[in-house]
Design a protein around this ligand. Sequence first.
Ligand code: SF4
Length: 267
Amino acid sequence: MATPHDPNKPDGYDPIVLTRTAERIVVKGNKRKYGRLSRPLRFYGGITSAQEVGCNLRCKFCFSDKPVRRPQHTGRFYSPKAVFNALNKGAKKHGHKLISASASEGTLGKQHLFELLELVDRSEYVYVLETNGITLGHDSDFARQLSRFKNLHVRVSIKGAASEEYNKLTGAVSDSYDLPYKALENLMDENVSCNVCLMVSFSTEENIKQAEKRLYDIRPGLLKSLEKEHITLFPKVATRLKNENITPNTIRHGGKIIQLNKENTYV
Ligand code: SF4
């Protein structure tokens, strides 16, 4: 039988502490670590994206393996200029108007990010900042600092539709589930263009409805651009979930959403 959780102790790691730990590994001055600097992706009708290294969560369904779990041994440090030049070259080649960095957490290394966004602002591109919302929810000044960039869109990805589900899926302390919601409030207060993405592969219908209500209460418009995300069962993801005894209700396969668990109980 599982030992009951002691309510006086945190029920997971603190993602703010993990943010600082990850930054010590993947940030050096104005440089940040990347695995690859430019590759075309099909999202948003076509986007050129760099593969960054380092994250402040450890989602068990994450497809990005080494950049998240072995940041010390993955990638190299690049300046904002080097990253921008590579993205510019790739976007020109593929006719993309959108550029981004993905596969890890986009807000690590503020100086690097701000210098990169300054370069983007002098170009014709829009930069999609991919984030789990932890840092932007924790530090309300961060959203204000982002508000000066005009060619920026922030995509906040919430890892699960309820705090207990988030805790099981990420291993992070349950309380930190509030941070991405706070991030959305901060971004909207500062008029930063943003939208939200909700991981629903492990969620009950009821939890999804409650998460939608919470988003609606922040700003009804958030529901219009809400993306519901379903995991893709890459072999490493499938093994990790199996080892953790976690079963998704839905998966994405060949462009379709497949229902696996008809009883619709989460994790
Ligand atoms: S926040 Fe994103 S990159 Fe980080 S572990 Fe979770 S899914 Fe992976």
